[in-house]
Design a binder for this molecule. Structure first.
Ligand code: MN
Length: 466
């Protein structure tokens, strides 16, 4: 049994594995944290212990590889998707604990003392961002009708001492908020900063409305998530979180938010958005502030891993012999889907392409390959496209379909979807598409061959000229 209970337990594990870079140098909130995070992206997490003007350290890029996510879940990398699907099917109810038992209630700040930028080291990441943004806050709210909780992440612009501007896309939190707003009421909301990577990953699950993502986190961890009721609102939050902002989304109020650098490596535009008023801040002793750099591997994989799980399930419902799926980093872990399948009937790969388009609106380009292609090796995928694809019969194009609104090449999200069927025709000759192999190569140990010394007999003037 592994134990990834909190941000601190994860940072301890990373340190032990020598995957945590500790930065003692005085760093600025403005761009410097982002720049260093980007340098370490895909390698190590960054822990900034000395942030200019603050006593609170900042952690960034705490999980930026698939291997690290697997390590946080305590499983081998190849099992991530199956484990995630299992957790979606078998949620684990949370464990309610008292305020005294909850580290996040060790300190409480209320009323006039709430001053976001004075208290918390909230960074600025990209050149044209409108200001300081909380980018790794779990937004937790209760459905006003059923009382079920929902967890999601939204970009949160610091708009004032106790005010945040939020981008709330039309999903679960949005539906709770609209239900409250229609009655002229605010929606209570907690913003949870500083939790372990499994909880963050679970918050990104493509789960139905009504399913509490914290219960998915519990299943991924193998034990119920301890939660505590907030001090000023009726919302339950992870008891071992570093920092919790308690507040409410105001009804019928919209104020400017943005621009903000987003996952596709472009800026999301400025427009009028919902406003959250913060009523209290609670935090652990010596809290740690967490940030996620937009479009970093961490950000991309957080979107990709849960989507891969849901897409795999959707594709298997259409063709059960789909083996695996991969949302590649270059496709922002959303737009490019690579599918590995065992084709038993001609035409099945085309059906898989259509199911992928319908499986999630973000999917734009789909490449389907046979079982002998490693879909995590993009050189092999390109080889399949180069040698097993003929546009005349293997290309699928759907125009005028809804995709990602953050893809600037679309018309407000409406654009083309393209599928590439790179599977081998079932009636091909036996050796026609057989990959060449070198017998014995896979069992060969290079070190057994690399022990000989050699010198070459050179004539004067024959030496390599440096
Ligand atoms: Mn949800």
């Amino acid at each position: 049994m592994h134990n990834c209970k909190s941000l601190r337990s994860w940072l301890g594990k990373l340190k032990k594995e020598e995957q945590l870079a500790v930065i003692d140098k005085n760093v600025s909130l403005e761009y410097e944290i982002a720049a260093f995070t980007k340098k370490l992206d895909g390698k190590k997490a960054a822990y900034f212990s000395n942030v200019e003007g603050y006593h609170i350290p900042v952690v960034s890029g705490m999980t930026s590889t698939r291997e690290q996510f697997a390590m946080a879940m305590g499983i081998p990398e190849q099992e991530i998707t199956d484990k995630f699907l299992d957790a979606l099917d078998h949620p684990t109810p949370c464990l309610q604990v008292s305020s005294e038992e909850a580290p996040v209630h060790e300190n409480v700040i209320m009323g006039e003392d709430v001053d976001l930028l004075k208290l918390l080291p909230i960074p600025i990441h990209h050149e044209k961002d409108s200001g300081h943004y909380i980018s790794a806050g779990l937004a937790i709210a209760k459905d006003p009708v059923t009382g079920n909780q929902n967890v999601s992440i939204h970009r949160l612009q610091v708009s004032g001492k106790n005010k945040l501007g939020a981008l709330i896309l039309p999903r679960h939190l949005y539906s709770f908020y609209k239900a409250a707003e229609e009655k002229g009421e605010p929606l209570e909301i907690a913003i949870v900063i500083g939790v372990d990577p499994v909880s963050i990953l679970a918050s990104q699950a493509i789960a139905p409305l009504g399913q509490d993502e914290m219960e998915i986190a519990g299943s991924l961890k193998g034990e119920p998530e301890p939660v505590v009721k907030c001090k000023t609102i009726n919302v339950n939050v992870p008891a071992y979180a570093e920092i919790v902002l308690e507040g409410r989304i105001l009804p019928h109020v919209r104020e400017p938010e943005g621009p903000f650098g987003e996952f596709p490596k472009y800026y999301g535009p400025k427009s009028n958005k919902e406003v959250i008023e913060i009523t209290a801040i609670t935090h652990r002793n010596n809290p740690i502030f967490q940030t996620i750099l937009a479009s970093s591997y961490e950000h991309l994989l957080l979107g990709g891993i849960p989507r891969e799980a849901s897409l795999l399930r959707a594709l298997r419902n259409t063709v059960p012999t789909v083996k695996d799926v991969h949302l590649s980093l270059g496709g922002t872990c959303r737009y490019h889907l690579i599918v590995q399948m065992k084709k038993r009937n001609e035409g099945e790969a085309k059906n898989v392409i259509l199911a992928a388009f319908a499986g999630h609106y973000d999917v734009k380009h789909v490449i389907v390959v046979d079982e002998d292609v490693d879909i995590y090796n993009l050189e092999e995928v390109e080889w399949a496209l180069a040698t097993r694809f003929q546009a005349e019969k293997d290309l699928v194009v759907i125009n005028g379909s809804l995709g990602s609104k953050l893809d600037p090449s679309t018309n407000k999200g409406v654009g083309s979807k393209v599928g590439f069927d790179c599977t081998v025709p079932l009636n091909s000759e036996p050796m026609e598409y057989e990959k060449i192999q070198i017998p014995g190569m896979n069992d060969m140990n290079e070190h057994d061959y690399l022990q000989q010394q050699v010198s070459f007999d050179l004539l004067p003037g024959e030496h390599f000229k440096e």
